[in-house]
Each structure stands twice: as C-alpha cells, then as structure tokens.
Design a protein. Structure first.
Length: 319
C-alpha cells in the first residue's frame, strides 16, 4: 500500500481509504461488513472515514464501527486514522445541522460516544454554512482540536474562496487546515476549476469522495440497471446522480481503455483520480470484500500516460 503525505503536514494517508457512507446501515450489518473492514486493514487501508449522520438511522455507521474498534481493532488504534464530520442534518430543531459552534461541538461529542473513542484523528466541517460566520465554524474546529477531541481539522465541499478564508482563520488560530474532502470523479470535475490549485498552494491535502460516482464508473450498469441497485430502488442517487444513456455510453468507451491497461473500469476511475498528486487519497465505498480487493488492485497498475489522459478527456468532453 503506498502512502501519500497529506499536504505539507506530517501525516500520511493510504492512496485508497474506506468510507462508511453507505453499506454500513443498521439493517445491512452482518459478518460480511466485518470481513470488509478486516480485508481493508489487512491490505494497509488504515484510514476509515465516517460522519455523524452516516447510516440509517443516522449514527448507526459510527455505532457499528465503534463495536469493531472495541473488539477486532482494539489493539490497533494507533495504526488507524479515524475521521468524522458534522454539517448535515442530524437531529430536529435549530441546533441539529450546519456550522454553529453549538452543533459542531455537540456532534463531535456524540460521535466520540458512538465510536467509543477519546478522540478522532480528523474532524471536518462537512459543508460551509452561509448563515454562520466562518470565524465561528473554524473556531469550533480549533476548540475541538485544542480540547483533544481531534488531532486535525478538515473541511468538505468548500469552494476555493471559502477554502482560502477557512485556512486563513485556522492558521491564525494555530490549527492549520489539514485536509479538504471534495467530491471528485470523471463525471464531476468541479475541483479542477481552482480548488486543486488552491489546495496545492496552501499545502492542504485532498481526499476525493465518490471516485466511482456511486457505481456509475464501474461495470455495474453497463448492461442495464440491476434490480438490487440503489438506482432501481429509489430512482436516483445522491448528488443528483443518475444512470443515463449518455453516461453509460461514455463508460463503455472508458472501459475499452481500462481493458487495454488490464484494469477494471472501477480501477481506471481510481487511477484517474489519483493521477493528480494534490489528491492524497481516493475514498471508496464497499459492500463486498471484492470491492476492497478491486480498489487496492488499482494501485498496482502503471500511471496513466499523457496519451491515455487525452483519450479519456476526449470521451468525457464529447457531447
């Protein structure tokens, strides 16, 4: 497992990290989930990413992972990077979402209880809050770090301008911003419009979530929509993703490039995200042990050549 330095910090993260956004919900738990976590750790995937609202009901992903931390991974806490976040709706009332000091600190305390930990390694502001001063949100992150509840502070889905402001405030407080977690994949390249350059300039790491575009950038939908898929069950995916004919046509062309490289489509998608050295890690999800094995195998292939990158751009930019 290759490890990449997170910005200009002393922390290194595995090139691929495991997110528990989906697939670790209360009604889906079982021995298979434990095997996924074991297999990932055995491969050197030392970073596990969560948030306060992950799972159904919200918080169940942290509760389950806390059980694993207390048993299977009890002797390995110092070998792990565990992260959590707060920003989206977690409970009813005016204090249950966004970026106030009240919400962030309460959420961190609740996450620690569910995880059974004294601290998380990284705690994020999950999204910018247009109605709360940036000084208050960043001040809450600073307080969380200084109180020993987190080792590092991070932000997620902040624009380049917001990232600069958040980093300025945190740096002045003496708690530099370690990492930014944006969504980034072949079909969603918004970070290339200034964010990656900003992160490189400021020395902030990046961990890209949804590198497979929720399964669209795999072979899952190449021959139709499986009945057991999230798309079939709810009609759409998060972030307004959907399986469309034009997208599948592009994935079919991309798969030809993957095959020539001896990769699966999902492996090509991860290799592509990691081609930019500003990206510290690609954050993937897994519902099967084979998904972990596939993601890790993507790291064994050669980097994309300039010609391959141009071919991919031509496919993605075609109408």
């Amino acid at each position: 497992m290759p490890y990449r330095r997170c910005g200009r910090s002393g922390l290194k993260l595995p090139a691929v990290s495991l997110g528990l956004w989906y697939n670790f919900e209360h009604d889906q738990l079982g021995d298979g989930k434990r095997k996924i976590l074991h297999r990932a750790f055995d491969f050197g995937v030392t970073h596990f990413d969560l948030a306060n609202n992950y799972g159904t009901p919200p918080g169940s992903a942290e509760s389950y992972f806390g059980q694993i931390l207390a048993t299977d991974f009890k002797a390995h806490r110092d070998e792990l990077i565990v992260s959590s976040k707060a920003g989206y709706e977690m409970w009813d009332g005016p204090y249950g979402e966004w970026g106030s000091r009240k919400y962030l600190i309460s959420s961190c305390d609740q996450s620690l209880k569910r995880l059974g930990l004294d601290y998380v390694d990284i705690f994020y502001s999950h999204r910018p809050d247009p109605d709360t001063p940036m000084e208050e949100t960043m001040g809450a992150l600073d307080q969380i770090v200084r109180s020993g509840k987190a080792l590092y502070a991070g932000i997620s889905t902040y624009s380049p301008k917001e990232t600069r402001e958040a980093n300025r405030i945190l740096t002045e407080m003496g708690t530099p911003c370690l990492i930014h977690q944006p969504r980034y994949n072949m079909l969603d390249r918004w970070v290339e419009d200034g964010l990656l350059e900003t992160l490189e300039e400021l020395g902030i790491g990046a961990i890209a979530f949804s590198p497979l575009c929720q399964g669209i950038l795999t072979d899952k939908y190449l021959h139709g929509i499986p009945q057991d898929s999230r798309q079939a069950k709810v009609g759409t995916l998060c972030w307004e993703d959907s399986v469309t004919a034009s997208r599948i046509a592009k994935v079919q062309q991309l798969q030809q490039i993957a095959q020539k490289r001896g990769q699966s489509m999902s492996q090509l998608a991860i290799t592509w995200v990691l081609r930019n050295k500003t990206v510290t890690s690609a954050l993937f999800g897994a519902s099967k042990v084979s998904h972990v094995e596939d993601a890790v195998a993507s790291l064994q292939q050669a980097d994309l050549s300039a010609e391959e990158c141009l071919q991919i751009d031509d496919i993605l930019n075609a109408e």
